[in-house]
Design a protein around this ligand. Sequence first.
Ligand code: NAP
Length: 262
Amino acid sequence: MGFLSGKRALITGIASNRSIAWGIARAMRREGATIAATYPNAKMEPRVRKLADELDAPIVLPCDVSSDDGILNLFSELRNTWEGLDILVHSIAFAHQEELVGPFVETVTREGFRVAHDISSYSFAALGKAALPLMEGRQSALLTISYIGSVRAIPNYNVMGLAKASLEANVRYMAQSMGKKGIRVNAVSAGPIRTLAASGIKDFRSMLAGFEQAAPLGRLITIDEVGNAAAFLCSDLASGITGEITYVDGGFNTAGAILTTS
Ligand code: NAP
């Protein structure tokens, strides 16, 4: 029996079989959870349904997190089938591509800042707020995905780094406000992984090479490694852990320097 046996997990952000959310969904399914998945628009629906079928997911619903109605409809639909929800995974981010190229100060705009924070950070609190009636009083857990660009300046990551800093603060404030209702809130800060979202960041390939060189494990990490950590953090095995940002990055965040000579 898996350590998520009997748990119901709603997973956002599955865009392809390279998505971090896909690694999380697979790990949670393997550990016995029943999965519900969301898709952001009609174009993505067939792709998400196909992947959800592989996980025997009984529920696949639309949700564009930029819309309040989209979020409310998601939970009113979910409530038709599930009377409670144990796990909510937020694996969503967006910034305009032109803000992920070049020096931060030259590329940032008021509208780009607003959109990045709205979709990549506010949406986590909005989903948590809407999910509250389904999640309270049942040892439930929320999880989001961050990146080290929240606490270090990473070339080209720009406004998304600011949105991730906001997302991590969100984790702490949500953990504080939901803890006494029996809900834990955590984040995994993942190392760089080739996904659709990552392909929008300029020079991402060279970032991967630098990461591989500096990480104590000396290699890239996988969506399955993020998935395993996420499954643990959302399980009762992690019942004492909340408000934390857990790095799954091969130790990259702990490394101080790299030698360029052999
Ligand atoms: P991904 O597969 O492209 O997933 C990103 C997801 O966000 C997609 O499903 C995307 O849908 C969805 N999304 C964007 N705007 C949305 C909206 N308004 N409503 C609903 N969904 C929306 O990329 P990923 O790398 O797995 O990203 C997942 C999370 O991991 C993100 O928070 C990202 O910042 C974080 N992360 C990624 C890395 C990395 O190196 N890949 C490292 C650390 C953290 P569409 O495809 O339709 O836009």
